[in-house]
Design a protein around this ligand. Structure first.
Ligand code: 5AD
Ligand code: SF4
Length: 439
């Protein structure tokens, strides 16, 4: 009988991308996709970025093991992703139900590892970071859906004092231009109209003397790439060409996710961010000069070791100054092996919670203000999924807002022009103007 598999992915968009590619590799090997409750092979694609993320893995494995005891059918459990890389041995010790542990740079070997497991080998661990990339060993793209991810770069050499990524994803590595152009073409052929270039540091991408700005132009020039996005970028790697691309490339969406983490120079230095508040604000001003309507988003950490109320006020201040369209914000979470975790001036939990609440209230206000600022504007949206009500659809605006539009004739993949007529903090309402290009 054919083996079935299911993948449950946690964490960032790169994990979503990896999960798609693992699924394609397993499908090419003859496995069929099934629901997470019934699959023979369950892959847990994990995230290690914050403590809670790793805890999710252990509770998930516990839940599956319990269910398996009840109905006497235990799936093969494979743990992939960043917790696998960081805690491979620990997972094997702590979670007896886990059969396979495979790191984020070794998942092209998943089909082979599953065969070895089926042949009787127990508790296999593959945490290699091979020099030749996994991408060459993976099958071509078959993704459906109008908006697709494309990983162009992985890993990080920046070593922010709080972050595990340099340890879990390894050193910065860029994929070759021709491989990326080929994959983008495959995605378009499979129905993608929008491509989001992914990387822990997308704008660190480089091949020979080609930099990220040139890659944007190459991908945008592929027929069928109607919208282009990228995430996540680092302030230190912003180039003039990348800024100008927002003025010159019509397919490039007016959206920039540029994490600042803190508004305090003292904390930025302690975080080893290698940029100041002024340096960051100058970059934002340059992007806005090139593309005045660009939506700016960020990540924030509150309660980094040594953060005082005055430092935190600087973070609130930068939120006011930039007027973020959206943002993710987190309480600092000490990660084993990172320099900040060793510091003896950790901020108490209640202080972190209080600051997070105040920051999120302000960010929510800014999101609402940004969305309200788009009311009355006409824009194109790409329809991505159905809404809750009959005839309702959710599409993405150029500024990545979720736009709710009601029109029973629409379908996923349509690009339609709407007028934004209402705004909340997390979505806006659109009124159908006209069909631009049907799916
Ligand atoms: N604690 C809290 N947040 C973190 N991030 C990364 N590491 C940590 C940590 N140790 C946040 C940063 C980053 C986002 C992906 O996760 O804001 O930009
Ligand atoms: Fe989590 Fe970072 Fe790994 Fe993404 S790369 S899954 S955010 S630890």
């Amino acid at each position: 009988m054919t083996r079935t598999f299911a993948i449950k992915s946690f964490g960032c968009q790169m994990n979503v991308y990896d999960a798609e590619r693992m699924g394609e590799a397993l499908a090419a090997d003859g496995l069929h996709e099934a629901g997470t409750e019934s699959a023979d092979v369950l892959i847990l694609n994990t995230c290690h970025i914050r403590e809670k993320a790793a805890e999710k893995l252990y509770s998930e494995v516990g839940r599956i093991a319990k269910r398996a005891r009840e109905d006497g059918r235990k799936p093969v459990i494979a743990v992939t992703g960043c917790v696998a890389q960081a805690e491979g041995a620990e997972i094997m010790r702590r979670a007896g139900a886990v059969d396979l542990v495979v790191g984020p740079q070794a998942y092209h070997r998943l089909p082979e590892l599953l065969k070895r497991q089926a042949a009787g080998e127990e508790r296999l661990v593959d945490l290699d970071m091979p020099a030749d990339s996994k991408f060459g060993a993976l099958p071509g793209r078959q993704r459906r859906g109008p908006s697709a991810f494309l990983t162009i770069q992985e890993g990080c050499d920046k070593f922010c004092a709080f972050c595990v990524v340099p340890y879990t994803r390894g050193a910065e590595a860029s994929r070759p231009m021709d491989a990326l152009v080929e994959e983008a073409r495959q995605l378009v052929a499979a129905g993608a109209r929008e491509i989001t270039l992914l990387g822990q540091n997308v704008n660190a991408w480089g091949q020979g003397n080609m930099r990220f700005g040139e890659l944007l132009a190459e991908i945008a020039a592929i027929p069928g790439v109607e919208r282009l996005r990228y995430t996540t970028s680092h302030p230190r790697d912003v180039t003039e060409a990348m800024i100008l691309a927002h003025a010159e490339i019509p397919q490039l969406m007016p959206y920039l996710h540029l994490p600042v983490q803190s508004g305090s120079d003292r904390i930025l230095a302690a975080m080893n961010r290698k940029h100041t508040r002024a340096f960051y604000l100058d970059i934002i001003a340059r992007f806005r000069a090139a593309r005045p309507d660009i939506a700016i988003t960020s990540d924030f950490i509150v309660g980094f070791p040594g953060e005082t109320e005055a430092d935190f006020q600087d973070t609130l201040g930068i939120v006011e100054e930039v007027g973020y369209a959206q943002a993710f914000s987190f309480k600092y979470s000490p990660r084993l092996g990172t320099p900040a975790a060793e510091r003896d001036d950790q901020v108490p939990e209640e202080v972190k919670s209080d600051r997070l609440q105040r920051l999120q209230a302000l960010l929510q206000e800014k999101s609402l203000a940004f969305n309200a600022g788009t009311v009355g504007r006409a824009c194109d949206i790409l329809i991505e999924r159905r809404g809750r009500q009959p005839g309702q659809w959710i599409g993405k605006s150029p500024w990545l807002q979720s736009v709710v539009v009601t029109d029973p004739t629409l379908t996923v993949g349509d690009i339609v022009s709407v007028e934004i007529v209402g705004a909340g903090p997390n979505s806006v309402e659109g009124r159908m103007l006209q069909m631009k290009t049907a799916a």
